[in-house]
Design a protein around this ligand. Structure first.
Ligand code: SF4
Ligand code: SF4
Length: 293
């Protein structure tokens, strides 16, 4: 390359986009998933992420990924101090969108146990109620999942091929729905799972039909019912938790002969209620569907 063309290429060089990860109250699962996405390492520069890369102060960045919920005054302070330094804020994972695992602390009994333990010291002061990230700062993109898969992180960072998530987990799953209507729940039955047939037809309460796709259905493909960690599909985003609950129940009543009481109790069990009904409860106002990946 001659000197002229070298100078031209230097003057037109495009700066590598930068991103940072702000971790609020959560479990770190999102960060592990992000580290498993390998494309960003060559296409974007990570400038800050607790446990991986420290910095005295968060510099201005193109994209700020915020994981975890706003649970303590420390979370609130760090979010308010950093969000304005980013051109784009992405709320990542179920905790950031609807409380997720940290939401358990919102239950009165859990808070009482936690706060009554007088031997604890140096705790951040807990806020009266845990809030999602968009209750504090405006969010440009929502990335639900617990955690979002590496492919979803790449899509949020606009890496790789254009990505359009499937509308529901059922579309990702590929299991075939049959006319079999099981009359009892199959969990703990020990019966081998047919790898081709829908889990509902085999007696599992899978809520993939109303959960947004894009994860690739890793759970259902492996034989575990979807518990809805990606949150509601577009049709349910702005509906109330009760409407979503009723729609899920209708699917199970249509596809199985299991009693209404059993379905109701199962849906309210900790395993399913952890994700399914938080999302609607925590979105203060309906979220813009166009902003949800
Ligand atoms: S197993 Fe779940 S995700 Fe798969 S087709 Fe059935 S309901 Fe849908
Ligand atoms: S299959 Fe359901 S529970 Fe599993 S990752 Fe996808 S949305 Fe989450």
């Amino acid at each position: 390359m001659n000197q002229t063309s070298s100078a031209q290429s230097d003057s037109t060089a495009v700066a590598t986009p930068t991103f940072a990860v702000l971790q609020l109250s959560g479990c770190s699962g999102c960060e592990v998933s992000l580290l498993n996405a390998d494309v960003w390492a060559s296409q974007q520069e990570l400038v800050y992420m607790p446990l991986v890369l420290s910095a005295e102060d968060l510099p201005p960045v193109d994209t700020l990924l915020v994981s975890g919920a706003v649970y303590s005054d420390d979370d609130l302070h760090r979010l308010q101090q950093t969000a304005h330094r980013a051109r784009r804020v992405v709320a990542v994972g179920t905790c950031a969108l609807s409380g997720g695992v940290a939401n358990l602390g919102n239950r009165e009994s859990a808070r009482r146990v936690f706060l009554d333990d007088t031997s604890r010291r140096h705790l951040p002061r807990l806020l009266p109620q845990l809030r999602p990230v968009d209750a504090v700062v405006s969010v440009d993109l929502y990335l639900p999942g617990c955690p979002p898969t590496p492919r979803l992180f790449e899509a949020a960072l606009k890496l790789g091929e254009p990505f359009e998530p499937a509308k529901t987990v059922c579309q990702d799953c590929g299991r075939i729905k049959t006319r079999d209507r099981p009359d009892r729940l199959a969990r703990h039955s020990g019966v081998a799972i047919d790898p081709e047939v829908c889990l509902i037809n085999q007696g599992y309460l899978c809520i993939g039909s109303s959960t947004r796709g894009g994860c690739g259905a890793p759970c259902t493909r492996a034989g575990h019912p979807c518990v809805g960690c990606r949150g509601p599909s577009n049709g349910f985003i702005s509906r109330s938790a009760d409407e979503w609950f009723a729609a899920i129940k209708r699917v199970f009543e249509r596809m199985t002969a299991i009693s209404r009481e059993q379905i109701d109790a199962e849906l309210r069990s900790p395993g399913l209620s952890l994700f399914v009904f938080q999302f609607a409860d925590y979105a203060g106002a309906p979220r813009d569907i166009e902003k949800v990946l």
